[in-house]
Design a protein around this ligand. Structure first.
Ligand code: NAD
Length: 520
């Protein structure tokens, strides 16, 4: 079987596959192991954000087509859940190998549709690949517990069983990593899956799904439906879907959380962020500036763990001068250009939003140290580029501080003490990540203890945990109680069955007792 390839800015198929000979730009759904064209009359263009070329088109999947995807997942479930765990793990072992082999093609698809640089796109794929590697050890992760002889001749044990059909709804900013946070863990636990990729960049996931099938994932275990609000609502309401994993913005995430939990589903919802970096006066200057520039402007600020706000404890001016110098030197261009440091933002609307929030900062008294709004990139004049932008003297009441900007904009604030800095961070509605830069263990420990954020970095700007831990998030950044991947991820996709067994020679004729059984 072949894999998807991105060539001439649209999908074509490299070799033999269920997609073969397809010349249409239209991206099919995946139902029961077959790529099927939607009969919908409505399609959305997937646009290369650096060039505005139409890469492909996704359908607004019809309700009937959505139901057929869920039915396929439901049908595949009994035999997949009874497939030995070792076999399910081996599919993941093969899958990780295929992802490595196709890394360049996957990264090119990410760059073409999402805009990030090729090197960053490789990181997107790689951080997802690590979750697949982790799923290869599912037997150990999914182990139950056993207590022998809880009463005379009686043992109790618990088994972690899959839930059934699970679903995933993905954002645009990590088109490879985030789908890989979801379905590899879910299916290796024995569930079947329906995934809705972002309508803005479905390409990398289409390739990944084909690779997963090439690795041996049986028909119907992974299904794909494209679309936007309507198909998401159908996922929330469907009686056969047991759990939903969502990653994206707060309005969508809270809507999905409320609607799906009202139907009795499990939901894990990772949402927006405003991650702060607190810089102490004793921090190492060079490495801290590098960290701030990389985490503020990398991926054009479109990472949920981007450090979008810096709080300098003490005098901020010397730090800001150095920041400015380094930010000015960054190269903005299409992600396919080898020397690009950052690419475009995802859409014209995203650029307008970023520019509007920067202007709102200026209007409310912030100082614009660096303005990237009018940048023109030679050769890519139509791209949605925003150059590195720095706002200083920002205060907590400003809209540019309260709202997630999701662009290459670094907001600088000042505090007189670590206590004041921690207070600023804790009052922000979001709590995805926070980092401190210091050479003081005492300050670091205080920060770690008092800060309200799911992921804490100590001299680490983007502390995204590896898959043996979980990606967390607090306050408005997360809804639910079981996080993505790690132990919590396995718990999310499994339910516990507790068995109490009695095996002993039972004495006859001792009469019937209707009292509550107690341990003897
Ligand atoms: P988005 O919420 O616009 O879209 C996410 C998904 O939800 C898409 O598949 C979209 O089709 C669907 N959707 C959007 N609005 C909807 C609605 N009203 N009803 C039903 N479905 C809807 O998010 P995005 O712009 O693709 O992604 C960026 C956001 O994701 C940022 O806020 C970012 O912080 C967040 N994010 C968070 C994490 C995390 O782990 N916390 C990771 C990545 C991205």
């Amino acid at each position: 079987p072949g894999v998807f390839a991105v060539a001439n800015h649209h999908f074509s198929v490299a070799s033999e596959s269920s997609w073969k000979h397809r010349t249409s730009l239209r991206v099919p759904n995946l139902v029961g192991g077959s790529f099927v064209d939607s009969q919908s009359s409505e399609f959305i263009d997937v646009i290369n954000p650096a060039t505005q070329e139409v890469v492909s088109q996704i359908p607004l999947t019809t309700d009937k087509e959505f139901k057929s995807a869920v039915s396929a997942a439901k049908e595949a479930y009994p035999s997949w859940r009874n497939t030995p765990i070792t076999t399910r793990q081996r599919v993941m072992l093969k899958f990780q190998e295929l992802i490595r082999k196709n890394m360049d093609k996957l990264a090119l698809s990410v760059t073409t549709e999402q805009g990030k640089t090729l090197k960053d796109a490789q990181g997107d794929v790689f951080r997802g690949l690590e979750v697949v590697e982790h799923a290869c050890g599912m037997a150990t992760l999914q182990m139950g517990e056993y207590v022998s002889n809880v009463s005379n001749g009686i043992d109790t044990y618990s088994i972690r069983e899959p839930l059934g059909v699970c679903a995933g709804i993905c954002p645009f900013n990590f088109p490879a990593m985030i789908p890989l946070w979801m379905f590899p863990v879910a299916v290796t636990c024995g569930n079947t899956f329906v995934l809705k990729p972002s309508e803005k960049d479905p390409g990398a996931f289409m390739m990944l799904a084909e690779l997963a099938m090439e690795a041996g994932l049986p028909d119907g275990v992974l299904n794909i439906v494209h679309g936007t609000h309507d198909v998401v609502n159908a996922i929330c309401d469907d009686g056969d879907i047991r759990a939903i994993s969502f990653v994206g913005s707060n309005p969508a995430g809270m809507h999905i959380y409320a609607r799906a939990s009202a139907k009795g589903k499990r939901v894990q919802s990772n949402m927006g962020a405003k991650n702060h970096g607190v810089v102490m006066p004793d921090a190492n200057i060079d490495s801290t500036i590098n960290a701030l520039v990389a985490a503020g402007f990398g991926a054009a600020g479109q990472r949920c763990m981007a450090l979008s706000t810096v709080v300098f404890v003490g005098d901020s001016k010397p730090w800001e001068e150095k920041l400015l110098e380094r930010a000015k030197a960054l190269k903005v261009s299409a992600g396919t250009e080898p020397d690009a440091d950052l690419g475009p933002v995802i859409s014209k609307q995203a650029k307008e939003r970023v520019c509007r929030l920067v202007q709102s900062g200026v209007d409310s008294g912030a100082k614009l140290l660096l303005d990237g709004r009018d940048i023109v990139v030679p050769g890519y004049e139509k791209g949605n580029f925003v150059g590195p932008t720095i706002l200083s003297d920002v205060t907590p009441d400003m809209e540019c501080y309260k709202e997630e900007i999701f662009g290459p904009v670094l907001i600088c604030m000042q505090a007189n003490s670590l206590d004041e800095a921690i207070n600023i961070v804790n009052k922000n509605q979001y709590g995805n990540g926070a980092a401190i830069f210091t050479t003081s263990g005492v300050a670091a420990r205080k920060f770690q203890t008092e800060i309200e954020a799911g992921q804490v970095g100590i001299n680490v700007p983007i502390p995204v945990p590896l898959p043996f831990f979980s990606f967390t998030g607090s306050k408005a950044s997360f809804a639910g109680d079981l996080n993505f991947y790690g132990k919590a991820g396995v718990q999310f996709y499994t339910q516990i069955k507790t068995v109490t067994q009695q095996w002993k020679d039972l004495p006859g004729g001792s009469g019937v007792s209707l009292a509550m059984p107690t341990s003897q």
